[in-house]
Ligand binder design. Sequence first.
Ligand SMILES: Cc1ncc(COP(=O)(O)O)c(C=O)c1O
Length: 413
Amino acid sequence: MKYEKSEAFAQHLDETDKLAKHRNDFFYPKDNNNNELIYFAGNSLGLQPKKVSDYLTKELCLWSEKGVLGQEERWIEYHEKFNESTAKLVGALPSEVVVMNALTLNIHLLLISFYQPCEAKYKIIIEKDAFPSDYYAVQSQIKLHGFEPKKALIELTPRVGEKILRHDDIFATIESHRDEIALIYLGGVNYYTGQSFNLKEIAKVGRKNGSIVGFNLAHSAGNLLLRLHDWDVDFSAWCTYKYLCAGPGSPSGVFVHKRHHKWNGPRLLGWWGNNKDSRFEMSSTFDPINTAEGWQISNAPIMGMAPLLAAMNIYSKAGMNSIREKGENISFYMEFLIHQQIPSVHIITPEDRGCQLSLVVPKGKKIHDYLLKKGVICDWRNPDVIRVAPHPLYNSYVEVFNFVKILKDAIEN
Ligand SMILES: Cc1ncc(COP(=O)(O)O)c(C=O)c1O
């Protein structure tokens, strides 16, 4: 699309935006004078869908009116309500997804199954400067198997003087270490740079070279178009509190490819992974569900899941194609305005991206604090990046226009 720098153009984009109506599905944060803030922190915590309290109240009423009978009526199968919508979200079969636990915990559960090192093949490929929790997870799993993280981790590092990874370097690393790699474990979008990766090609090259391929989709689910089944990815996990707007600490989504469903390998077991038909026979012999649900351990946290149900209904109505289209468009529009008006700001996010932009701003922390005072909610990540993520479902082009004006003012004055 060809962008223009006038406010009238931003207004025109809003008028023709078919997702604009969804802003009204969310509570929008305001300042003390009741003016709406500019909320660009959906890559940390998405806004609250207005229907969340209805969905929660429904479950609270069932609990108060029927106590444990609520299990039979709805809760035993509550997590299944997400199968269709989540499968669509990540491009999977309904049997390949399940919503459970929290993200890092799920990564551990999946690594217990899918990281099976041996003397020759024990290494894990990961991005240098991956999110700390991902580092901790793989380091601890490596140690559990008796290996040393320093030797076992192959960190993908940008070339000297560069901030983002080149895909050719990723593929070359996979190929050159093919005989030692047990697992490729990458994020779909890097939390710091906002770079998105060609997951289809990485999965293809990884699997061709005999490795298990798993992705952390914390910054991709609800942001990118994903086809996990067709891309032959082995496993994935993501959180639902960022782009998916299900609230602080909301449950995580998990994908396990169908070819692994009759699983005989290692796995941590709990009764919710047991077949529903035999679960209440209370046997000491585990009878697994042969789908991604076999990885469940505990009964579902209904009060944590109800907000996700409210959010997924909005996603299903809006559709990922439109969400992705606007996510790209709004971030390229922001980039255009920044280049035009504040050329001193360096954007490290490459064209391969979701909707987040990572801005390297001189005196960035001070600028970030100023933005906050002026009613812009975004975040600061050490050492030098302000991250802004206009959300396709509740942010407008006029907000992007206003944000760039405030940022220019902050930097120039
Ligand atoms: C890439 C990535 N991995 C892991 C996590 C940790 O998530 P949780 O606290 O839900 O386990 C986050 C949280 O923001 C993240 O962005």
